[in-house]
Design a protein. Structure first.
Length: 438
């Protein structure tokens, strides 16, 4: 058994994994998955704690969303601060060496907020790598949910340094999270009844990469998405290596970032922006309770959201052959007193489908779910969306979904230009048709 395998503990439920993480890091983490009341209860306890170093050293950790442990504005600042905290030389050469080892050389001055999830976890792993000699223990939550298969070697690098330094390592993951085999027909219990055709159009798309009083100012560095007019069938898999621009494309078509130019999805019935479900859905709840999310807004009323939620729950629970009364981790009733992450995911999707967007984009939908639950959840969402003629695009570096998808969009990007401004983009994202995902 390898050091990685022996150090990894798997969980069926997100909440159990989060509780285990909090215990290992002495509870210095406020829970965001139980609504604002639970978060502020934890926050008050944390702020009243007295640091006592009773275990003889600090715990170096990566949370389930790696951005939560990246406190500075750029990768360079984070690596330099980690070197200083570890008592190491923090020269430009030392920063460059670590950045090169973890594939961050072209990202040192790029704002953290513009990094992809994969780039964020690479940076968090680099920070941990620096901290290993000066900490007593390393705890990493769900690295397989963020790293592409090609970048798992970076996790191996951290594991090996922990072994050589004689430091305790704990990796907490969801069941099946590290599995790289495509899902079988037995696992795909919700078949795709019919594909939904759609087109993806990009024209003059430019995305600012720095903050500015005028975010569309030509003088600020920007990323470009090459002009594109491609036709696909839903469900469509958006694939590419970490940092190639998958999430950037998704946010562009969803209108969730500053954008010059056009980025739209066109179907037989609609043309306009898509709706996006982030990888870490806790970010998208905006600290709202389950009831507040389901209360509706100007685009969708509460009754419509509840109806779609029930439809997703029925499809998921029917495929799983389970019910909440039996204690299985299915999607619960809307009126339940306590809602786990799977319920929150289903409700956020329901709110988006009820508003009838041009498309629904799921960014790494397996985050926080076991492989079994993720496959059934995605199947239930696709079935529910297709009944409304809403196409679904799924962003993932995992091979699980290949047999479920009807088409594939391949995303790649040019090398970064550190000083590019004006008419020269820092990098350009290219899109091409990949045929059927299988």
């Amino acid at each position: 058994m390898s050091d990685l395998e022996s150090s990894t503990v798997f969980f069926d439920r997100f909440e159990a994994r989060e509780d285990a993480f909090r215990r290992l890091v002495d509870f210095k983490l406020a829970r965001r998955y139980g609504g604002p009341a639970l978060f502020w209860k934890d926050f008050r306890e944390i702020t009243s704690m007295v640091s006592d170093d009773r275990h003889g050293g600090l715990v170096a950790s990566i949370t389930s969303n790696p951005r939560d442990c990246l406190a500075f504005a750029t990768a360079e600042q984070i690596l330099r601060a980690a070197l200083m905290s570890a008592g190491e030389e923090c020269s430009d050469r030392a920063v460059a060496e670590v950045a090169s080892r973890f594939g961050l050389a072209g990202l040192l001055t790029q704002p953290i907020r513009t990094l992809s999830g994969g780039e964020s976890v690479k940076l968090a792993l680099a920070k941990i790598f620096i901290s290993i000699p000066s900490c007593r223990m390393v705890v990493i939550s769900s690295p397989f949910a963020w790293l592409s298969p090609a970048n798992r070697r970076l996790l191996d690098t951290v594991v090996e340094r922990c072994r050589r330094a004689g430091k305790t390592l704990s990796i907490l993951a969801m069941e099946g999270e590290n599995d790289l085999t495509p899902a079988s027909s037995e696992e795909n219990r919700i078949p795709i009844q019919r594909p939904v055709p759609f087109a993806l159009k990009m024209s003059g798309a430019r995305i600012p990469l720095t903050l500015s009083l005028n975010p569309l100012d030509d003088s600020v560095p920007y990323a470009a998405i090459a002009d594109t007019d491609l036709e696909f069938e839903s469900p469509c898999l958006i694939s590419g290596e970490n940092g190639q621009g998958k999430s950037l494309v998704a946010r562009a078509v969803a209108g969730s970032l500053s954008l010059r130019g056009q980025a739209v999805v066109k179907t037989e019935r609609w043309e306009g922006p898509a709706s996006l479900l982030f990888q870490d859905v806790q970010t998208q709840t905006l600290m709202r309770s389950f009831e507040e999310i389901g209360a509706g807004s100007g685009q969708a009323d509460s009754a419509s959201i509840r109806s779609v939620f029930s439809e997703i729950a029925k499809a998921y629970n029917g495929a799983a052959g389970i019910s909440r009364r039996d204690g299985d981790p299915g999607i619960g009733d809307f009126e339940a007193s306590l809602h786990p992450l799977i319920d929150v995911k289903a409700l956020l999707v329901a709110a988006r489908l009820a508003a009838a967007p041009s498309a629904l984009v799921l960014d790494e939908p397996d985050w926080g779910l076991s492989r079994r639950s993720a496959l059934r959840f995605v199947g239930a969402v696709i079935a529910t969306a297709h009944r409304r003629d809403i196409p679904v695009m799924l962003i993932s570096h995992k091979p699980w979904w290949r047999l479920m998808m009807c088409s594939r969009l391949l995303v790649s990007r040019s090398e970064s230009r550190c000083q590019a401004t004006g008419d020269e983009p820092v990098f350009t994202v290219f899109l091409r048709h990949g045929g059927r995902a299988s």
